[in-house]
Design a protein around this ligand. Structure first.
Ligand SMILES: Cc1cc2nc3c(=O)[nH]c(=O)nc-3n(C[C@H](O)[C@H](O)[C@H](O)COP(=O)(O)O)c2cc1C
Length: 193
């Protein structure tokens, strides 16, 4: 009892809920290409490493049809959808490329990438062409590390808010921006437009 009161209002959080505290980066769509066919899946377990070189980590499990395509080709495109694609994002993550052509079913516009085989997604805000740079954690943790080798932004999309999965089928939309650039005195190189 004494210990509990020392922590004020804090309550224990079940360990199987921990991912929900950290997961909400923008939900992404991951496109892959194998045997002449493009596929796409939804993902949210990603992490940005230090920005230079641009490197991204992604947890992607073998229960996904995309897993073999990624493992064998070493390439994917990470696309960041806006909030206008919320329902599609959810449905893409609830069916498999083993059964359905998701580009066709969800009317996604596949555009040619510059350096990798998987397609860019025309409806997304950003498209990052990625190559696996380290697969040592794949077997044990299903964790892929990518170099981003080319990146695209789509300024024509009106809806700029991104989707952030809360880990339970609900999403938070990115909201108001507060600008504290003038206080970023130690890191001015990060304040460029
Ligand atoms: C919101 C959401 C987030 C997801 N995040 C991940 C993830 O980070 N890693 C993963 O392996 N699967 C994740 N999934 C599950 C895959 O998207 C799902 O298994 C999909 O059907 C795989 O498609 P595929 O079989 O065509 O590869 C997520 C699903 C949803 C709906």
């Amino acid at each position: 009892m004494a210990t509990r009161s020392k922590r004020g209002a804090l309550k224990r959080l079940a360990l199987n809920r921990v991912y929900r505290c950290l997961e909400p980066g923008p939900v992404i769509l991951v496109s892959t290409f194998r045997d002449g066919k493009a596929n796409v899946m939804t993902a949210s377990s990603h992490v940005v490493l230090l920005p230079d070189p641009p490197r991204v980590g992604l947890g992607l499990g073998p229960w996904n049809h995309s897993y073999e395509a990624l493992l064998s080709s070493g390439e994917c495109v990470i696309a960041v959808p806006g909030a206008d694609l919320a329902e599609k994002v959810m449905d893409i993550g609830n069916c498999s490329g083993a059964d359905v052509d998701k580009f066709q079913r969800f009317r996604l516009t596949a555009l040619p990438a510059g350096l990798v085989a998987p397609p860019l997604i025309g409806q997304c805000l950003y498209n990052l062409e990625c190559r696996v740079c380290d697969d040592r954690l794949v077997e044990e943790h299903f964790f892929f590390l990518f170099d981003v080798v080319r990146a695209w932004v789509n300024p024509a999309r009106k809806e700029r808010r991104t989707l952030h999965h809360n880990g339970d089928g609900t999403f938070t939309l990115s909201g108001r921006t507060i600008n504290l650039k003038e206080r970023m005195v130690r890191w001015p190189e990060f304040t460029f437009e």
